[in-house]
Ligand binder design. Structure first.
Ligand SMILES: Cc1cc2nc3c(=O)[nH]c(=O)nc-3n(C[C@H](O)[C@H](O)[C@H](O)COP(=O)(O)O)c2cc1C
Ligand code: SF4
Length: 433
């Protein structure tokens, strides 16, 4: 995929090099200043590196938005046990396609971010857990790691610093739940990819029972830039509580879907209208899911008030998540969309927790009944009550992710559910998307 469209609103920090195959080559990466931040970091103490990242206010780009420097500071300061850095490259959230592009276009940026992160948390081994279906990204990363070893950026005594850091690219096993941090650790260890009960938290007992930190690909890609230019530089973008830039993956009914790097706090309506060229075919906007399929849907009125930062999304009743903006125009059958999401979660539930295993399957089944014209008004009450019992009652938040689109769509688009419930025939309702 080429990246021909760059608007004057976009900022090129982590997306630098997108669309340029030369950026993948280690020599080009180094010529353009790459691995300079690693050199700088190795000349500092690990805790000083963590401090710079803390100062920048960088928040995890994998969905939860937890401050990265604070997370790193939870790791033990000694090396009584081996430490691990895990780079979460499993990217399976519906609507999300940013980490894949970061790995495809700029693999050395990912590796440099991992090496700096590992140094800061005193880890001697990095595992990049890359989604199994990303064949190309896996190959590109593996090649880049090989080149980085050959040039002395990985392995023993990196850049003559006396520090050893190994990097392993691990191909994932093809399940959404392996992106959840403890599910990923189990999968990496060769066990079933099922999330673990917390506590203990990964900084105490993580991969292979050792202190571990897990970070998303995009989070780690921001790190070399922050180390090179400083925390204040990164804060020139974004808001006080959500500093920096973010890759927004825009899909659905816009004229120009794609990845756009923008300052956090960017208005959602401006993203749709100006950056993405507006809604297709001159249609009207109906709804948006701003953070991947796990967050509440918002309607057109809420879209107009939504700024794309962690706090701005909460203000309109949703979440930024991993910033995967799914745009739906007025031809969309909302019930069908929500049913598709419920099918996805029912399929991906790992089955450990009853509310998730049973609740996700029943949610999908009831939604299908409504979609087919055989539902009742009582089904809506059942859906609301049942999904409420799926929130905060399970080992991981996959279960909560089922509740978010179901509850928000019933609250905001109840008339669409009612139209299907009271329709005389079970024919496919208007809307094909
Ligand atoms: C069901 C589920 C799937 C997840 N999938 C991913 C994923 O594919 N990639 C990712 O980075 N984080 C994913 N996460 C979030 C991770 O558990 C974790 O919070 C994240 O990797 C931490 O990195 P960060 O602090 O840099 O955001 C998922 C969480 C859940 C509950
Ligand atoms: S909430 Fe669902 S996916 Fe998460 S551990 Fe429980 S059963 Fe597995």
């Amino acid at each position: 995929m080429a990246y021909p469209y760059v608007s004057d609103k976009e900022v090129s920090v982590v997306s630098k090099g997108f669309g340029d195959p030369l950026q993948r080559r280690i020599d080009t990466y180094v010529e353009r200043g790459g691995y300079g931040a690693l050199k700088k970091a190795l000349g500092m103490g690990p805790d000083d590196v963590t401090e710079i990242v803390k100062d920048s206010g960088l928040r995890g780009r994998g969905g939860a938005g937890f401050p990265t420097g604070v997370k790193w500071s939870f790791m033990p300061k000694d090396n009584a046990k081996p430490h691990y850095l895990l780079c979460n490259a499993d990217e399976s959230e519906p609507g999300t396609f940013k980490d894949r592009e970061l790995m495809r276009w700029n693999p050395h940026q990912v590796i440099e971010g991992c090496l700096i992160g590992a140094y800061a948390i005193r880890a001697k081994h990095v595992y990049i857990y890359c989604r199994g279906e990303f064949f190309e990204a896996n190959q590109i990363l593996a090649r880049a790691v090989e080149d980085a070893y050959a040039k002395g950026y990985c392995g023993k005594d990196i850049l003559g610093s006396g520090h050893d850091i190994d990097v392993t690219v691990h191909q994932g096993a093809g399940a959404y739940i392996c992106g959840e941090e403890t599910g990923l650790m189990n999968s990496l260890e060769g066990q079933r990819g099922q999330p673990r009960v917390k506590p203990p938290f990964p900084a105490a007992v993580g991969a292979f029972g050792m202190p571990s930190t897990i970070n998303n690909v995009e989070t780690l890609c921001a790190v070399p830039h922050i180390v090179e230019h400083g925390g204040a530089w990164y804060r020139q973008w974004g808001t006080e509580k959500s500093p920096g830039t973010k890759l927004f993956c825009v899909s659905g009914h816009v004229n120009r879907p794609g990845n756009y790097e923008l300052p956090l706090g960017f208005p959602l309506s401006e993203l749709i209208e100006d950056v993405c060229g507006g809604i297709r075919d001159g249609n009207a906007l109906k709804a948006v899911i701003p953070g991947g399929s796990s967050v509440p849907i918002i309607n057109a009125e809420e879209v107009a008030r939504c700024s794309l930062d962690y706090e701005g999304c909460v203000e309109v009743g949703t979440m930024l998540g991993c910033a995967s903006v799914i745009v739906m125009d007025d031809t969309t059958n909302i019930v069908k969309q929500v049913r598709r999401m419920a099918d996805f979660y029912a399929h991906e539930s790992c089955g450990q927790c009853t509310p998730c295993r049973e609740g996700s399957a029943w949610t999908a089944q009831i939604l299908r009944r409504i979609e087919n014209g055989s539902g009742t008004e009582a089904d809506l009450d059942t859906l609301m009550e049942m999904t409420q019992q799926m929130v905060g009652t399970t080992i991981c938040v996959l279960s909560d992710s089922v509740a978010a689109p179901v509850q928000s769509s019933i609250n905001k688009f109840r008339d669409e559910y009612m139209a299907l419930i009271h329709a005389e025939s079970s024919a496919e309702p208007a809307g094909v998307a």
